[in-house]
Design a protein around this ligand. Structure first.
Ligand code: HEM
Length: 143
C-alpha cells in the first residue's frame, strides 16, 4: 500500500479522480459508515480536534453527513444531495481554518483507519488516492 501524502502549493486544486465504486460494493453502507465513524473518532482525539463537534449528538450528525457523501460518490444512493444539496465541499469547509498541517493530520487519521481494513489493496489505494488529492481542495489558510 502506498499511503503517501502529496505536498501541494497553497491555492492549488489538483484534478481529482473519484474512488472505485468497489469500496461501497465490498463494505456496504454499514461498512462505509463505520469507516467514517472510526475516522471521526480519531479526529476527535487528534491535534485538530478543535475543528470537530465535541458534543456526541453533533458528532453523530457530522459522521452521517460525511458518510452520506462517500456513499454517494462511490455510486451509491445520493444521500448527500438529498440531505444537504450540492456538495460544493471547498465552500462548506470555508468556515473552518484548514491549514496544510491540519490536512496532514486528517489524512493520517484515515491512514490509520484504512490500514486496519481487510480489503483488496487496489480498492484501498483508489480511495486513498482520492483523499490524498481532494483533501488539498479544503486547505484554505496557511496559518
Ligand atoms: C477528501 C477530503 C474531504 C472530504 C471528502 C470531506 C468531506 C466532508 C463533508 C461531506 C462534510 C460535511 C459538509 C456538510 O454537509 O456541511 C465535511 C465537514 C467537515 N470537514 Fe471535511 N472533508 C475532507 C477534508 C477535510 C479536511 C482535510 C479537514 C480538516 C483538516 C476537514 C474538516 C471538516 C470539518 C471541520 C467539517 C465540519 C464539521 C463536520 O461536519 O465534520 N475536512 N467534510
Amino acid at each position: 500500500m502506498n499511503f503517501t501524502i502529496n505536498q501541494y502549493e497553497f491555492g492549488q486544486r489538483p484534478p481529482v479522480t473519484l474512488p472505485s465504486p468497489q469500496l461501497l460494493e465490498l463494505l456496504g453502507e454499514t461498512g462505509m459508515r463505520q469507516m467514517v465513524s472510526d475516522h471521526y473518532d480519531l479526529l476527535s482525539k487528534s491535534e485538530i480536534k478543535h475543528l470537530f463537534p465535541r458534543i456526541e449528538e453533533a458528532l453523530e450528525k457530522a459522521k452521517q453527513r460525511s458518510s452520506d457523501f462517500f456513499i454517494q460518490i462511490c455510486g451509491g444512493h445520493p444521500y448527500f444531495n438529498e440531505n444537504r444539496g450540492k456538495p460544493m465541499l471547498a465552500k462548506r469547509h470555508a468556515p473552518f481554518a484548514i491549514t496544510p498541517e491540519a490536512r496532514e493530520v486528517w489524512l493520517k487519521c484515515y491512514q490509520q483507519v484504512l490500514s486496519k481494513m481487510d480489503l483488496p489493496e487496489v480498492v484501498l489505494q483508489s480511495f486513498w488516492d482520492y483523499l490524498n488529492v481532494f483533501s488539498f481542495w479544503m486547505v484554505n489558510t496557511t496559518e
